[in-house]
Design a protein around this ligand. Structure first.
Ligand SMILES: Cc1ncc(COP(=O)(O)O)c(C=O)c1O
Length: 388
């Protein structure tokens, strides 16, 4: 069988000398980033302060739109930020937690940074309700739905769980939230670029994520989608001059909010990171998320099959419809095994209560899956011999 997506391999230099199975953490760098960074330096060097007017000011919006296309967000509905935690802070700053509707519901499998942020909002009146997992892999849907009630203000939820790649039923959760007057902040960090996301079909209130994993865009760019009707109404208190109707008026006094997406930004934007993000976004757009998903389902199924053959514990849903792009395998001594794999140029990571996370992307060959698994087998064999 020929795999047409493999023609993108030469675009990613690291694939020539490693087995790169870690796109859940940091996607491979497209070689176009060298030119993008050179272009950035040339612009700064040669155009100086004129670069703001000529290119940099609008970059935050243009990159937002490039990300937005991938999740069917209307033009102008996606602002860019440094990371997901900042996006949560922008959303939180739109609301008042002093009233009765101050409950924030999320799963204990959410990404910890997001949980730390919301836990900390308790001193501002937020009431956190954490829904517990039973198996460390899935979030019980009924328990989530039951927790969302008339006192719920926000539901910050991961679309795909970072530890297990479990896909949460965003549609059902959003529907329940809307039924009781709550709003959902959908964290698409582990889905967008690997699993289809359609913020309009889901009727998401907010969606946020970053580009450094499945979108091959590097660190420093987070994105925040705000549903257009909300975007016109909400007033983030975490704000700044980029959000002003007339930023170059340098007015004193309170902010007069401009339109989205600038309305949800604050200070000077992160220009180099925005430039670095573009080559990856272009490639992902060209490859297409449906083709990525199709291949990902096949390759993650193969990884599970191989892990099963060795009798290793798989901490990832077996149903491909409920599984994102990662397979978490908890073989014996998994943390040590992970260290050894890295020494052998097999790029994976390890997470507590998950094991070794292996995440093939559109640029991986099927042989690389076998390479990764055979290396684990070899490492475990060597450890057994050494222990004798
Ligand atoms: C689901 C999810 N959300 C958020 C983050 C990271 O948040 P931040 O961009 O604030 O570092 C990660 C990173 O691994 C993640 O997997």
């Amino acid at each position: 069988m020929t795999d047409s997506l493999l023609r993108y391999r030469p675009e990613f230099p690291i694939l020539a000398h490693t087995t790169y199975l870690i796109s859940n953490s940091l996607g491979a760098m497209p070689r176009g980033v060298y030119d993008a960074m050179k272009g950035y330096a040339d612009t700064w060097a040669n155009r100086g302060v004129r670069a703001w007017e000529e290119r940099w000011w609008m970059l935050a919006v243009e990159v937002g739109d490039e990300i937005g296309v991938l999740m069917n967000a209307p033009k102008g509905s996606v602002s860019t930020h440094q990371n997901v935690t900042t996006c949560q802070a922008v959303v939180a700053s739109c609301f008042d937690f002093s009233g009765k509707r101050n409950k924030v519901v999320y799963s204990d499998l959410n990404f910890p940074s997001v949980m730390y942020f919301w836990e900390a909002q308790q001193s501002r009146g937020a009431r956190v309700h954490m829904v517990k997992t039973d198996d460390g892999v899935t979030v019980p849907l009924e328990r989530m739905l039951d927790a969302i009630d008339e006192n719920t203000l926000l539901v910050p939820m991961s679309h795909v769980i970072f530890r297990s790649a479990f896909i949460q039923d965003a549609k059902a959760i959003i529907e329940k939230a809307h039924k009781v007057g709550a709003m959902v902040v959908l964290d698409t960090f582990q889905s967008l670029g690997s699993v289809p996301v359609d913020v309009q079909a889901l009727n998401a209130d907010f969606a946020c994520g970053g580009v450094l994993k499945w979108l091959c865009g590097g660190p420093g760019v987070g994105y925040l989608y705000v549903r257009p009707d909300l975007g016109q109404k909400l007033e983030p208190k975490f704000t700044g001059w980029f959000a002003h109707q007339n930023p170059f008026g340098f007015e004193t006094g309170p902010i007069r909010y401009g339109d989205p997406p600038f309305r949800f930004m604050n200070g000077t934007s992160h220009v180099p990171a925005l430039e670095a993000a573009r080559p990856g976004l272009k490639i992902i757009g060209e490859v297409g998320i449906d083709r990525i998903r199709e291949k990902s389902r096949r390759q993650t199924s193969r990884l599970i099959e191989l892990a099963d053959k060795h009798g290793w514990r798989v901490n990832t849903p077996r149903d491909p419809a409920k599984r994102g792009g990662t397979v978490s395998i908890d073989m014996p001594d998994s943390q040590e095994v992970c260290r050894e794999l890295l020494k052998r140029e097999i790029m994976v990571d390890w997470r507590p209560k998950a094991g070794v996370r292996m995440s093939p992307h559109f640029y991986n060959t099927d042989e690389e899956l076998e390479t990764g698994i055979s290396a684990v087998e070899e490492i475990l064999k060597e450890r057994t011999v050494a222990a004798r």
